[in-house]
Structure formats: C-alpha cells, structure tokens
Design a protein around this ligand. Structure first.
Ligand SMILES: [Zn+2]
Ligand SMILES: [Zn+2]
Length: 212
C-alpha cells in the first residue's frame, strides 16, 4: 500500500511566515533578512544589511514599496465633477510629483490634480510587508512567478504542492486558499516543485518545522 501524500493546512495567512523575510537591499542589491513580528498589536521589524550596513526599522522608515496615488477636483474650466486621478507606482522612489495632469472627461482640458498616497501592497506584489522591499526569493516560471518569504515558507509550499490530498481549514484569508490556481493545479506539480527547489537552494534562512 503506497501512502497518499497529504498536506493538512493550518489555515495560516501569508503573514504567518513574515517573521523572517528575505529581501534585496535597496542600497547595495545584496540579499538579506528582515526580522519582524507580524502580529497586529506588535507589528515591528528591522533590517540590517550584512553587505553595506544599511539599516531599517519600522516606525522610523516610511513605506518604500508600491503606492497608490489618488485625487479628484472639479474641472477648472467647465466645472465638471469630477476629474479623477489614479496612478500606481511600484516603489515610492518612482513618484516624481505630488500632482497629476489629468484631462477633464467632459471638456478634455488638462487639470492639475493634487494626489494623496497610500500603500498598496497587494498579495501578489512580492514585497516584504513591513518596508515594501523587493523579495529575494522569487523564481520565474513559464506559468508565473513563484515567491516566498523564507525557507520555512518554501518548505510548506513544497509539501503542499507535492500533496495529492490537501486538507484542513480554508478560510478566505488562508494563504493556501488564496494561491493562484496555476500553483495548485496537479498538472503543474513537477514544474512548480522544480522551481521551489531552486528557490530553496538560494535561501539564507532555515526551515523551522521539525516534521520532514
Ligand atoms: Zn546593502
Ligand atoms: Zn472640464
């Protein structure tokens, strides 16, 4: 009797793995580890680059990742309400101006719209959740990009991907529930596992779980 490989999900959200996040240093480009506490009340993290000494701490450093810029005003020419602006930037460093030139949808004349900025870290944007730095553990495949925070995260993804039977609590916020379908699909299993092994070989952190 061959055992069917099972994975029993604990229903964790992505942030469960955010105690260690392997990122690329913005100053020198080297991979390093953000160490943090992702629980809502104790949200805190630090990053110290071993390559160049660049240091970040939550509360002292503003968000550096993706931002959404939005604004609106009545048209200065015809009074039409509203002239809306909305732009997304991959990092705060790409923001050049606090206003946007937007044509009025009614009279087409250009209006200068003041922008306000909010962090826009989507689940698929492959940034660390504390500072918005680019993740170091990313692997492109023909199907899409795989990414993970750390070695334990990869380990759990590998076990999940290898499993023929996936069980456990799947709330709407559970990480495995929210994974893109190409990762979950049995027909991509070998390809996904191969890419995960490549990621695993590059990881700076170690897996935590004692089983397997
Ligand atoms: Zn550095
Ligand atoms: Zn107008």
């Amino acid at each position: 009797m061959t055992a069917v490989k099972r994975y029993v999900s604990q229903g964790h959200s992505l942030l469960h793995w955010a105690v260690e996040v392997e990122v690329l240093c913005r100053r020198c480009g080297r991979a390093g580890v953000v160490r943090g506490n992702p629980s809502w009340r104790q949200w805190h993290a630090t990053f110290l680059c071993q390559g160049c000494g660049h240091r970040l701490e939550t509360g002292k450093i503003p968000w550096q990742g993706p931002v959404l810029a939005t604004g609106r005003r009545p048209c200065g020419f015809c009074g039409h309400q509203w002239v809306h602006a909305e732009q997304r930037f991959e990092t705060v460093w790409q923001v050049q101006s606090e206003t946007a030139q937007v044509p009025c949808p009614n009279c087409q004349k250009p209006n200068s719209v003041d922008l306000s900025f909010s962090r826009d870290n989507r689940e698929d944007s492959a940034n660390d959740p504390y500072f918005g730095l680019e993740l170091a553990l990313k692997q492109d495949t023909r199907l899409g990009t795989l990414w993970a925070f750390n070695a334990e995260h990869i380990h759990q993804l590998k076990r999940y991907t290898a499993a023929q039977l996936r069980e456990g609590s799947g709330t709407k916020w559970s990480y495995f529930t929210r994974l893109p379908s190409w990762i979950k699909s049995a027909k991509h299993r070998e390809q996904v596992l191969k890419a995960l092994s490549k990621l695993e070989a590059r990881a700076l952190t170690r897996k935590w779980s004692p089983n397997q």
